[in-house]
Write a protein of this length. Structure first.
Length: 73
């Protein structure tokens, strides 16, 4: 069970830890409330989670100096 918890905390997109760093809240607390809200609203926050994960991935891709031809000047 600890291996599964470690995988979820460190390998799944990092959205909760990103929000926690920006807001100054522990990521475990954000994960807990995200799960509660997802269960109460029948999964609608999952769309929000996927959107943020997509945005973080695109932001990292754009800001990467190796892949951005506009930053090589």
């Amino acid at each position: 069970m600890n291996r599964f918890k470690h995988y979820i905390e460190w390998q799944v997109f990092g959205v909760c830890s990103f929000i926690g760093e920006k807001m100054g809240i522990a990521s475990a607390t954000i994960r807990k409330y995200f799960i509660y809200v997802s269960l109460l609203t029948m999964g609608s926050p999952i769309i929000f989670y996927i959107f943020i994960a997509f945005w973080m991935n695109i932001k990292n891709y754009i800001l990467s100096a190796k892949r951005n031809p506009l930053r090589n000047w």
